[in-house]
Write a protein that binds this ligand. Structure first.
Ligand SMILES: Nc1ncnc2c1ncn2[C@@H]1O[C@H](COP(=O)(O)OP(=O)(O)OP(=O)(O)O)[C@@H](O)[C@H]1O
Length: 236
């Protein structure tokens, strides 16, 4: 069973083709890495999949069914920096989101443990590190106990410790059977955590397959740049 199938997906802003015929498939239980230079269309793709942007044309299937917004109840997402209230603590954030999404408050304890924020649940978010803020964003996404999680650059701005924690969290979630799509500029991170990758350049899919298949003589970066160079640098 596939979790996500995207075919011939277009999103145009006037004359600008942010997505110019994307094809990709995310299998159930897979950690799928979305790679691509700035402006490749990674965030736009995620927003379209999450129903935050309307596609210009193309097809999406979620959980094996034609796209329908009701399926989004089983999808958790963190796209761009999580919107948090600095003066509130993690507990208050999760209670507010649980109320909004009709989720039982009893999940909150478990979710806080999953992202390892249990000990600081009563500390105001203004005193959190960036890594802790990202983890709270993921905790909010986890409240609905999603089958599929979409994470847009969750290691952006994190130090090596924060990156390692995020990697561990992604692995834990995947180990529990959740399908994950994660975008990143960190090739090494993607290689360590993902089963398969898709490389987008200028709104199109230029590679999809195992991480190893992207590398040239074992060099992931060389493989990545070979793709980008083959499409004129992907500059937009
Ligand atoms: N609302 C918008 N209106 C017009 N153009 C947009 C809009 N959103 C995105 N774009 C353009 O669409 C293209 C794809 O942007 P997108 O943010 O999806 O790329 P990305 O791969 O996520 O880039 P980055 O790695 O920098 O986050 C870019 O050229 C961007 O300028």
């Amino acid at each position: 069973m596939t979790t996500l199938e995207v075919s011939a997906l277009h999103k145009h802003y006037g004359d600008h083709r942010a997505l110019d015929g994307i094809d990709l498939t995310v299998g159930q239980g897979e950690v799928y890495g979305l790679l691509g230079p700035n402006g490749a269309g990674k965030t736009t793709l995620m927003k379209v999949v999450l129903g935050l942007q309307r596609p210009t044309s193309g097809h999406i299937r979620l959980f094996g069914e034609p796209y329908h917004r009701s399926a989004l109840a089983q999808v958790g997402a963190l796209v761009e920096v999580p919107g948090l209230w600095p003066h509130l603590d993690a507990d208050a954030h999760l209670r507010a989101h649980a109320r909004l999404r009709g989720v039982d408050h009893r999940w909150i304890d478990g979710v806080l443990e999953q992202v390892r924020l249990g000990e600081v649940r009563h500390r105001a978010v203004s005193k959190y590190s960036l890594g802790m803020r990202w983890r709270l964003g993921i905790a909010i996404a986890l409240l609905v106990r999603p089958r599929f999680i979409v994470l847009d650059e969750p290691t952006n701005g994190l130090d090596p410790v924060g990156i390692r924690e995020m990697r561990a969290l992604i692995r834990t979630l995947a180990g529990a059977g959740t399908t994950i799509m994660v975008s990143s500029h960190q090739l090494g991170e993607i290689a360590q955590v993902c089963d398969r990758v898709g490389v987008l350049v200028a709104g199109r899919t230029h590679y999809e397959g195992p991480v190893d298949g992207l590398a040239v003589d074992g060099d992931l970066e060389a493989g990545f740049f070979r793709i980008i160079d083959s499409v004129g640098g992907g500059v937009r």
